[in-house]
Structures are given as C-alpha cells and as structure tokens.
Design a binder for this molecule. Structure first.
Ligand code: FE
Length: 211
C-alpha cells in the first residue's frame, strides 16, 4: 500500500503530469455526457490550460519526420470516447484538405500553424472559406461536422518545427475519413499513428467492408 502511495506521489510531480491531469479532467467532462457545444467549450478550456506551458511533452513525441508531418498517440481512451495526439510539423509541411467526421480540438504548443477552412458542398466539391486561422502557442481551435469539418493545415514556419496537441471525439487513428484532392472527389483514409507498432489494431477497413 505504501509503495502505491509513493508511486502516485512520484507521478504527480513528474514532467508528464500536466498531460495526465488533462486526460483525467477530460474523462470527467465526458462522464457528464455533455452535448457537443459543451465539449468544445469546456474541453477547449482544458486544452488551453494544457498548451499554456510547453514543459511536458516528451522528446520522443516531438520528433519531426524529414518528409511528412507526424501524429503521435499520447492517449487513447479505453472506450474510444476521445484520443490525444501530438501533431509534429517539420519546416514547411502541410496536410492535404481533409475531414475528421468527429469533433476535434487543436491546441498550439510550439511554433505556429495556419488552418484554412474549406467548405464541402452537396455535390462533393470543396471551396475555400474565408481567411486561414493563425494559431499561436496557447491558442485553441475547433472542428466538427456541425461547425465545419474540412480544412487544410500547414506549418507557418519554413525553418523550424511546430507542434500542436489535438483531441478528437474518437480513437482518431482508427477512424475512416477523407481527403479531398484538388482534382475533385474524395479519398478514404485511416491515419493510424506514427508511433503505433500495431497497425492492424487501428485499421478497421476490412471489418467495415464486411457485409
Ligand atoms: Fe485536421
């Protein structure tokens, strides 16, 4: 018993404890079965507090890739109500135009990024909507099918790494969603996670295709 107390007291002072506190608080928020507006509002406040200090993200989850952005899973809720991901941009890297199909919160931790919203029309076309939103450290943005789910994001910086922390209303690495190529139409993708050694666990495309 004493050793368990010692373990938890050591954990509470570890560098990772802001993330642990965030995950616990987010779980409590979802326990109260809030509607999406409340998740986005109260969840954004929790995420804003998490990204207010750039002190806790382990180095292994902050490593860029030379050619494409990285998505490191930080936490997946055991019942897939939410997941937390560090999104690491190498210099000048960008996403394609894509959707999420679930709510998402994006909190800027380090550097800066531009999120350009796109509108998805009934005939499947996508067009630019307004100005891109510039996210600076400590700021939080939201996406969802209800408020606007399609965007393209890029690292504002051509000479350094940027990192944002994303929270989604699902185990996002396993969600079947879409990119929207410039030539029109849409392509299905499942992102997985850059740090997953169990790709088949995340890929449910076979399961989904079963009659
Ligand atoms: Fe996105």
């Amino acid at each position: 018993m004493a050793s368990a107390v010692a373990y938890f007291s050591a954990m509470s002072t570890s560098p990772i404890s802001p993330l642990r506190d965030f995950v616990v608080a987010f779980g409590h928020l979802l326990d109260s079965q809030p509607d999406e507006p409340r998740i986005l509002q109260e969840g954004a406040a929790l995420l804003r507090a998490l990204v207010a200090n750039d002190t806790w993200l382990p180095e292994d989850y902050a490593q860029p890739h030379p050619t494409h952005y990285q998505q490191y899973l930080l936490h997946a809720d055991s019942t897939e109500r939410f997941s937390v991901v560090s999104f690491v941009w190498g210099p000048g890297q960008a996403t394609p135009v894509h959707d999420h199909t679930v709510w998402g919160l994006i909190g800027m931790l380090r550097g800066a990024e531009i999120a350009q919203p796109w509108r998805l029309h009934e005939d499947g076309r996508t067009t630019l909507v307004g100005e891109g939103v510039r996210l600076e450290p400590g700021q939080v943005e939201a996406v969802s099918p209800r408020i606007g789910d399609v965007h393209k994001v890029h690292n504002l910086h051509d000479d350094k790494v940027s990192i944002s922390i994303h929270v989604y209303g699902a185990n996002i690495g396993a969600v079947q969603r879409h990119t929207y190529p410039t030539e029109g139409g849409r392509k299905t993708f499942i992102s997985g996670y850059s740090n997953s050694t169990l790709p088949n666990l995340w890929d449910r495309s076979n399961e989904l295709n079963k009659p």
